[in-house]
Write a protein of this length. Structure first.
Length: 335
């Protein structure tokens, strides 16, 4: 496909100068008459760097039900010889073709950070935390009562650790299995983008902020919630936030649809997966998603400034410390 690097496609009564990605030369002698010179009544388009690039424009000409001849240039490059009577119509079509393909080929995807040694272990760690905490709930029923996120305790009692402890609690076996599976799936995705340590830190923070927002939404009416799903949908928001903060080409920055696509995709996934179940706290999913978007953008910014964060295994301690601190405060306040 043709990408335009000059203001316009240069045309004259004798020759049209193309500016391919890999031109034969980039000096002003490109504007000399083509060699060999076309015969009377024939118009030359070129030079092209390769036959393949010339044939791309040749396909446009063929689509107009016209013909062309591919000619080797005596000084390098390739030319398309066409009927001079059709040059204006051909120019118009080539200009349209050039405008329609100005952003083609698409930008190559940025390579994701590789943290293969840490990512599988961190997924196992996530599963172990949920399983151990669910076992504790089964063994000590009061454990659930202490850690559930209740908005009146947060805003009236100052127990700001509860939105964190609630992430580790679940209402039953089905609930914990569901969050194990979905958490591992989303955890794998954010691991591959942010690196394990930063990913799980932002994961826990998105769940905490989402729970705080959810509690605030219902307050002063009583509302309680528990489960890791707030953070899981926070991970979905992190993916959207990372995509929104990513580098866009100038043309994409000028186009709202390129910004709307990742947000729209995230909302569709939220609607399909976050609104099911009879006892589901739907707004907790929504607030987790909302909280995850700016945190995903923050993660993108941090990695753009300090790329080695994606490989930092020491950051894996941060989410564990946050959870341990929250539970320590809870036990101390209710001991």
């Amino acid at each position: 496909m043709l990408r335009q690097d000059s203001p316009s496609l240069m045309l004259s009564t004798a020759v049209a100068i193309d500016f391919p990605v890999n031109p034969v030369a980039e000096t002003t002698d490109q504007f000399a008459e083509p060699q060999p010179a076309p015969p009377p009544g024939v118009f030359a388009i070129g030079p092209y760097a390769s036959p393949k690039r010339a044939r791309e424009h040749g396909l446009v000409i063929l689509a107009m039900r016209l013909t062309y001849e591919l000619v080797d240039g005596e000084q390098g490059g390739y030319y398309l010889w066409v009927d001079e009577a059709e040059k204006d119509a051909i120019y118009d079509q080539l200009a349209k073709y050039q405008r329609e393909n100005k952003n083609w080929p698409p930008r190559p995807l940025t390579a994701l950070p590789s943290d293969a040694p840490a990512s599988p272990l961190s997924l196992v760690g996530y599963a172990l935390v949920l399983i151990i905490m669910f076992a504790a709930q089964s063994a000590w029923p009061r454990f659930t009562e202490l850690g559930v996120s209740i908005n009146t305790k947060i805003f009236d009692g100052g127990q700001w650790q509860l939105p964190m402890t609630a992430l580790t609690l679940h209402g039953g076996l089905d609930h914990v299995i569901s969050n194990l599976v979905s958490g591992i799936c989303f955890g794998f995705l954010i691991n591959r983008i942010f690196g394990a340590g930063l990913a799980w830190t932002l994961f826990v923070l998105s769940g905490y902020v989402g729970n705080v927002l959810n509690a605030w939404f219902y307050w002063p009416e009583y509302h309680g919630s528990l489960g890791a799903s707030t953070a899981i949908f926070g991970a979905l928001g992190m993916l959207v936030g990372h995509a929104l903060a990513g580098r866009f080409s100038p043309a994409e920055r000028a186009s709202l649809k390129h910004r709307a696509i990742p947000l729209g995709a995230g909302i569709i996934i939220l609607l399909l997966t976050g609104f099911s179940g009879g006892n589901t706290d739907v707004l907790a999913h929504v607030w987790g998603f909302v909280a995850g978007i700016p945190l995903g953008a923050l993660g993108y910014y941090l990695l753009s400034r300090w790329p080695d964060l994606s490989r930092s295994k020491s950051l894996l301690v941060v989410p564990l410390l946050l959870i341990a601190l929250a539970w320590g405060i809870t036990v101390a306040m209710n001991g």
